[in-house]
Design a protein around this ligand. Structure first.
Ligand code: KG4
Ligand code: ZN
Length: 319
């Protein structure tokens, strides 16, 4: 729950444990679980804020991109609840939620800023001049950064979600042992390509297997460290290039991969060297959450970019 001033209550039910058994998100299970959880979670957040439905002016929901079934549960619940109370709804773009979430940090960045948006489905660099004023500067041509973490983690035998697991294993590894490619580093532009990385991880694993019959925990940790370093290097170098090219001095990092500790450390060190400031959302608001959607809605209303919708019709776009 958000007001124009910021976050007042937040609840999250994670489905990670449920999906782990299958090694990834199972869409049908995800939407069924949304149905079970959405009402108790709404009650919990209202209680946390010490409020009732009478106190709510409008209800925001994620309109996409995302899994159709899960989006439909959220949209239909939000619209039905709003209709029953005679209040409007606000369909919100998932990525805009991520993009504005660093404004929930203290201190919050002023506009304009460069944003590195790194999630399981997207890797983009944007110039953000204000609410609703977004210019795409570069993006991945294939896999997203989170996907590169997840797919490499799977090859290393790590559980879903791979990003945090690979990052934890990398802490025990020697980053110097394996050299993995940093794709498109010298392309001069702000685009990314991560699909070759999982092949490099696989090739390294095959080579290790051929050399000795057992792959040790240390081998896996060393390879995890090399993988993380390759992803983080490319993200950091391109983000700093975006700062230089745009002449801006503020960098904002958003999306699930923004929780990565090496990425945070590297960006902090590198941006300081060039006199720029880097902002991250609180770690708990990096991965998908409702607070960022409520906040983006409050910001859009406050800045006059979006009027609350009184029609109660659904607006869901999976892509
Ligand atoms: O933004 P998000 O929660 O969901 C999408 O919109 O995709 O991002 C999830 C992605 C996953 O790929 C996950 O492995 C990655 O963020 N992730 C991390 C870390 N925490 C989450 N990747 C690297 N290091 C982390 N600590
Ligand atoms: Zn997301």
């Amino acid at each position: 729950m958000c007001t124009e001033k910021g976050l007042i209550a937040h609840g999250l039910h994670s489905q990670i444990a449920m999906h782990r058994a299958y090694g990834g998100v199972v869409p049908e299970l995800a939407s069924r679980d949304h149905i079970r959880r959405v009402l108790p979670l709404t009650k919990e957040v209202l209680a946390q804020a010490g409020m009732t439905l009478e106190d709510i002016d409008a209800i925001a929901y994620t309109a996409g991109p995302g899994l159709n079934g899960a989006l439909l549960v959220g949209a239909s619940f939000a619209c039905a609840l709003a209709w029953s109370r005679g209040i409007p709804t606000l369909p919100i773009h998932h990525l805009e939620g991520h993009l504005l979430s660093p404004l929930l940090a203290d201190p919050a960045p002023d506009f304009p800023f460069v944003a590195l948006l790194v999630s399981g489905g997207h890797t983009q660099i944007m110039q953000v001049d204000g609410v609703g004023q977004y210019q795409l500067l570069g993006e991945t041509l294939d896999d997203a950064a989170g996907e590169a973490f997840d797919k490499s983690a799977k090859l290393l035998g790590l559980p879903y979600p791979g990003g945090p697991a690979l990052s934890a294993l990398a802490e025990k590894g020697n980053v110097e042992r394996f050299q993995l490619p940093r794709p498109m580093l010298h392309s001069g532009d702000l685009d990314f390509s991560f699909s070759g990385l999982k092949t490099a991880v696989l090739t390294t694993l095959r080579k290790l297997e051929a050399e000795s019959s057992v792959i040790t925990e240390q081998d896996r940790a060393d390879l995890a460290a090399a993988t993380q370093a390759a992803i983080v290097d490319v993200l950091a170098i391109k983000s700093l290039r975006a700062l230089k090219q745009s002449g801006l001095k503020r960098l904002v990092v958003a999306g699930g991969v923004g929780a990565n500790r090496l990425l945070r450390r590297q960006l902090e060190i590198e941006s300081e060297k060039m006199g720029a400031q880097v902002y991250f959302p609180p770690v708990s608001l990096c991965t998908d959450n409702g607070a960022m959607i409520a906040f983006a809605a409050a910001m859009r209303v406050k800045s006059g970019v979006q009027q609350p919708d009184i029609s109660s019709s659904f607006k869901v776009k999976p892509r």
